[in-house]
Design a protein around this ligand. Structure first.
Ligand SMILES: [Zn+2]
Ligand SMILES: [Zn+2]
Length: 301
C-alpha cells in the first residue's frame, strides 16, 4: 500500500493506492482532505476534478506524484504546470499595472496622485525628460512573485519561464494596445559576454512568446549591445543614464526606416536602457518606438 500526497493552496489530495486480492488488481481511491481533515472519499467535486485531471493529463499527473514540485514563493505543492514554479494562488496575486498610469513609462500613478484621475496622464518624471519612447506597456509591478519569476528566467537558467510571462503580457498588456500597428518586434539586446554566460537573451524569449499576438510585426534582432555595463541594480537613475549612453548600435543590414517598432524587455526600472535603445532606433529612422515589458519598477513617490 502506498499513500501519496499532492495538493493546491487549500486542498491536499491523497492518492491512496492499494493492491487488492480481487481480480481487478490495483484499485485507486481518492481521498480529499481539506487543510488536513478528511472530508470525503471519492465523492466530492474536487476528487472528481482531480481524477479527471489525472485522466486527461496522465504524464503530468504521474510527474507530480513522483517528482513533486513546490511553489517557489509559498512552498505549497503545485499540481499543474500552468505557471511552472508558482502556485495559482501566488500567480493570481501578482500586482498588475492598472489605470491611471503614465503612458510613457507605463507605471501606475500613486494612489495619492491618481485618486481622482480619469485618464492616463504623463508623469512629472517623464515630462521632465527627453524621451524617445511614445508608450510603454507593462503587465505588472516588479515585486514578489513576478520579480521571482523574472529572476528565475534571468539568473536561474529557467528559460521556459518565458512562457507564463509571455502569457501574462498577452492577457494584461495586449488589451490596451493597437497590436496590428507594429512592423517590428525588437528585443533589448544583452552584451555578448552576458548572453554567452546566460545561454540566451531573456527579452528575445519573451518576444518569441508574444510574437503571434502582433499580426503585422516581424521579430528582428536589430540592436547590438557594444558596452558591457555592470549590473544596474544598485545604481540610481543618473548613473544608469550615464553608463548606458552609446551602449547600443543598430546591426548592419537591418532597416528600421519608417518602421513602427515595439521594443521588448523583461523589466523596465528607470527606463534608461529602453530610452537609449529607442534613441538609436529613432536615429536610424524608426518612425515610432513603443516598449512592451513584463514588469515595471514601482514608483518611489
Ligand atoms: Zn505559492
Ligand atoms: Zn512616466
Amino acid at each position: 500500500m502506498e499513500i501519496l500526497f499532492f495538493g493546491g493552496a487549500d486542498t491536499v489530495v491523497i492518492l491512496y493506492v492499494t493492491r487488492l486480492a480481487a481480480p481487478a488488481g490495483a484499485a485507486l481511491n481518492l481521498i480529499v482532505a481539506c487543510r488536513g481533515s478528511v472530508m470525503a472519499v471519492a465523492v466530492s467535486d474536487r476528487a472528481r476534478s482531480v481524477a479527471r485531471f489525472l485522466a486527461t493529463d496522465l504524464p503530468l499527473g504521474l510527474k507530480n506524484l513522483f517528482l513533486p514540485a513546490f511553489c517557489r514563493n509559498c512552498g505549497v505543492r503545485i499540481l499543474t504546470e500552468e505557471n511552472l514554479y508558482f502556485c495559482d494562488d501566488c500567480w493570481s496575486k501578482i500586482e498588475l499595472v492598472e489605470d491611471p498610469k503614465c503612458p510613457r513609462c507605463g507605471r501606475p500613478h500613486s494612489a495619492r496622485v491618481g485618486f481622482d484621475a480619469v485618464y492616463n496622464f504623463v508623469c512629472s518624471e517623464c515630462a521632465a525628460q527627453k524621451l524617445r519612447i511614445t508608450n510603454t506597456y507593462a503587465a505588472g509591478i516588479h515585486a514578489d512573485t513576478l520579480r521571482d519569476a523574472i529572476h528565475l528566467l534571468k539568473f536561474g537558467r529557467k528559460s521556459h519561464v518565458a512562457r507564463p510571462l509571455g502569457r501574462l503580457l498577452i492577457e494584461r498588456a495586449l488589451p490596451g494596445m493597437d497590436a496590428g500597428s507594429y512592423d517590428l518586434l525588437i528585443a533589448v539586446p544583452l552584451h555578448r559576454n552576458r548572453q554567452r554566460e546566460r545561454g540566451y537573451n531573456q527579452s528575445e524569449l519573451i518576444a518569441e512568446q508574444v510574437g503571434d499576438a502582433f499580426p503585422n510585426a516581424d521579430i528582428k534582432i536589430a540592436l547590438r549591445r557594444v558596452k558591457d555595463t555592470p549590473s544596474f541594480s544598485m545604481l540610481g537613475a543618473r548613473e544608469r543614464k550615464k553608463l548606458i549612453k552609446k551602449a547600443f548600435r543598430t546591426l548592419p543590414g537591418v532597416d528600421v526606416r519608417k518602421k513602427r517598432v515595439l521594443l521588448v524587455d523583461d523589466v523596465v526600472t528607470t527606463g534608461a536602457t529602453t530610452n537609449e535603445c529607442a534613441r538609436v532606433l529613432r536615429r536610424a529612422g524608426a518612425e515610432r518606438v513603443d516598449v512592451l515589458t513584463v514588469a515595471v519598477a514601482k514608483r518611489l513617490s
